[in-house]
Design a protein around this ligand. Structure first.
Ligand code: DSN
Length: 432
């Protein structure tokens, strides 16, 4: 890539950029939440929209000079609405955490009850982890999966808990759960107790937009949140999509389901954030334009096909996977049962051969948080580089061989060379 200005002004940062470029080209990216953005996203991120302050919403900004910021934000909103079949989209959340915070702060008062997935069963840090401010501000009740039933969510227990605790919001969505969700079942429980339904589909936003996974809005959900940088291949950002009547975010409205679009807009700005990052919003518009093309559906289906082959091959080689398979882009290997190891050790040994992964807890993990039992793998990024089923089988064999021979330096060096050779055959989008 061309960093000509940085090269002249800042050799240290330039060296780091070149190093990262090489790392990305040579290495195998299997972190389930990462991806390679569309090259046009890099153009938009480095554009002159970075210079602009735009507090407010299109047609309703505080500062002048907004004809072009309005144009890109309107495009991003229209594309998001069409892709996710929502009535409204807010594309200003700076990333996943403020995105979810804006929803909680819109719907709940301090001390109110919300239900979310147990964190070791796949729920996310922003779903009220005790170390987070949101975890302290609200009363979080947890539901779990049934590991012995391929990770099916325990809806009997969920209903029992909902009746007992009367949550205002039932949240579904995950950071490390390899299954699709039964949104109709969540909605039935929410209706029984009069709760709002919220789906955080950050990991699978691109797969839903492409129509290869279920869309919560088809089952009557109220709110969908998604980051834009995972399966959507956009910049680091977030979106909140809602059903309801679109109103004027400058005016206070009555608290009702119908007014959710306005309530959410007001919660994002001025409630939580100041000026939106307009270069990011331009990049979201560009990414969603790519997602609307027929090629993206083919990509999204390949992400799922690749994950299935990788998971099946790992299981055929004797690995124990949480949920015993996958229906999305990710899987979690139980490293204790599979390799008599743990997620941290496996992450580190795979780092040595330039396969990048992330450790992860498994349901009701007995190992400590920084040394959890699991290792999470995802196929979104390498599918963006063009890898298919054949390469997935190779990756499974490398992982298992590395795990079994993790103390053999020569084996690690040989496999690292093989990994590098394969990666160089599949250029990184935007830096070939
Ligand atoms: N860090 C992302 C993940 O790995 O799931 C989400 O925060």
């Amino acid at each position: 890539m061309n960093y000509s200005h940085i090269q002249k002004t800042d050799p240290e940062v330039h060296a780091a950029l070149r190093g990262e470029e090489l790392r990305q080209k040579n290495g195998m990216e299997l972190i389930a939440s990462e991806n390679y953005v569309f090259p046009s996203v890099l153009d938009a991120l480095g554009s002159i929209f970075t210079n602009k302050y735009s507090e407010g919403y299109p047609g309703m900004r505080y500062y002048g000079g907004q004809e072009f910021t309005d144009a890109v934000e309107r495009l991003a909103i229209a594309r998001a609405k069409a892709l996710f079949k929502s009535d409204h989209a807010n594309v200003q959340p700076l990333s996943g955490s403020p995105m979810n915070q804006a929803v909680y702060l819109a719907l709940l008062k301090p001390g109110d009850t919300i239900m979310g997935m147990d964190l070791s069963h796949g729920g996310h840090l922003t779903h009220g982890h005790p170390v987070s401010h949101m975890g302290k501000l609200f009363n979080w009740i947890r539901y779990k999966t049934l590991p012995e039933e391929k990770g099916r969510i325990d809806f009997d227990e969920l209903l029992k808990l909902a009746k007992e605790h009367k949550p205002k919001v039932i949240l579904c969505g995950y950071t490390s759960y390899p299954r699709d969700l039964d949104y109709a079942a969540f909605k039935r429980v929410a209706d029984e107790v009069g709760a709002f339904t919220m789906a955080d589909v950050a990991h699978i936003g691109g797969l839903i937009a492409a129509g290869v996974m279920r869309n919560p809005f088809d089952y009557g959900f109220d709110i969908l949140t998604t980051t834009t940088h995972k399966t959507l291949r956009g910049p680091r950002g977030g979106m909140i999509l809602t059903k309801g009547k679109v109103g004027n975010p400058l005016k206070e409205v009555e608290f009702s389901r119908e007014n959710l679009p306005t309530i959410i807009d007001r919660s994002v700005f001025p409630g939580l954030q100041g000026g939106p990052h307009m270069n990011t919003i331009a990049a979201i518009a560009v990414a969603l334009g790519e997602v609307q093309k027929p090629e993206f559906k083919i990509y999204a289906q390949q992400v799922i096909n690749n994950a299935k082959v990788l998971a099946d091959e790992l299981m055929a080689l004797g690995c124990k996977l949480v949920t015993d398979g996958t229906e999305n882009h990710m899987m979690v290997v139980d490293c204790v049962k599979s390799f008599n190891s743990h997620g941290k050790e496996m992450q580190e040994v795979l780092d040595e051969i330039q396969i990048t992964t992330s450790k992860s807890p498994i349901p009701d993990d007995t190992m400590p948080p920084f040394k959890p039992s699991g290792l999470r793998l995802g196929t979104a990024a390498m599918t963006s580089r063009g890898l298919k089923e054949e390469e997935m089988k190779k990756i499974a064999h490398w992982i298992v061989e590395v795990a079994k021979k993790r103390t053999e330096k020569e084996t690690l060096e040989r496999i690292k060379k093989e990994v590098n050779e394969l990666c160089l055959k599949f250029p990184v989008p935007g830096i070939e």
